[in-house]
Design a protein around this ligand. Sequence first.
Ligand SMILES: *Cc1c(COP(=O)(O)O)cnc(C)c1O
Length: 421
Amino acid sequence: MSSAWDRANELMPGGVNSPVRAFGAVGGVPPFIASARGPYLRTTDGDELIDFIASWGAIVFGHADPDVVDAIAKAAARGTTYGLPTLGEVEFAEQVTTMVPSIQMLRMVNSGTEATASALRLARGATGRDVLIKFEGCYHGHADAFLVKAGSGLATFGEPDSPGVPEGTAATTRTVRFNDLDSVAAAMTPGDVAAVIVEPVAGNMGVVPPESGFLEGLRRLTERNGALLIFDEVMTGFRVGPQGAQGRYNIDPDLTTLGKIVAGGMPAAVFGGRRDLMSQMAPSGPVYQAGTLAGNPIAVASGLVTLRRITSDPALYDRLEAAGQELETRLTRAMRRHGIDGTVQRVGAMLTLFFGPTVVRSWDDAAVVDRERFTRYFQGALRRGVMLPPSPFEAMFLMDAHTDVLETAAAALESAIGDAA
Ligand SMILES: *Cc1c(COP(=O)(O)O)cnc(C)c1O
């Protein structure tokens, strides 16, 4: 009987349904997950791991949260999909637009990739312009226009561009440097830029916070040029605060994409923003977009219970902030103690330990991290029962359920830093 990993590799490219799960950057065979609860993953070998992947940031309370599971079970029992409107979608839209006021209208889709691709089509349709400006190291899903210098998964595999993306498509995407307004200004030729898209806190080249004035500068430059500003908050939405990065930094984008936490761990995502723009989507306007499973009642129930609980628990982000601060402090101290160069960068409940550079402001800084040292750190953590994201260009994510195991996890990671020294 061959192993599950051998069978997987026979049937799925690289054995996986999403590339970074194959552990290409760190080596070895990825564990197969049988179940998860609270801060823990349980593998098919029976190992229990403290999980800092959190489904790439989609889980904010903890795995198999009873409220969320209950809402999903009850929704499933009422039927899994209808292809007709539901009251739940209205309540969900009311909830999101209340929590994120720059989103006056929204549409639900099934993944972050669809959300950003649809937002881009709308931006192009609304402005009558074609050019997209994006930042090196920022990831916006795998639609053609975005697969140019796109961060983590691609950086890990050393493929800055993907075959299959037509030259003409790539030609309308201009890449500029994160935290470098001059590079943006230089790319903002008059009359042809539809949108600037940004992860307002970059998380897909490891965590890179926006420097003071950067997001304000993007707002100013796009307004002056007549281009739209799209905040891709698929990762940062409900992660760095109840109003996402736009609340944390007090900037209103024209369009926003949400995913991951917005559906509480179910496959759904959102794009939305100014009413005059969203009104141009079909059927009220000419920009076409649709989805058989969009607004799926199970995903809606999961998202609604998640967002309502976030709203009813204002101290959640204080707890996540405190846990993040504690981890940041301990990992930074451990690096110093072992005489290792590097930095821990964090915004709220997302953080990255970079081996090598002492500050990471953009992809150029991130690209030079010590990948071998990261691999030793990753493997050391795994041996001690801690599951880190298996790439040096990812963020680790805190869940509320980590509070009870933070001491154990921090001690294991300190030892893993010792392994990496
Ligand atoms: C994860 C992510 C996406 C893509 O979302 P999928 O649901 O994986 O398609 C897009 N943008 C950002 C910022 C992300 O972190």
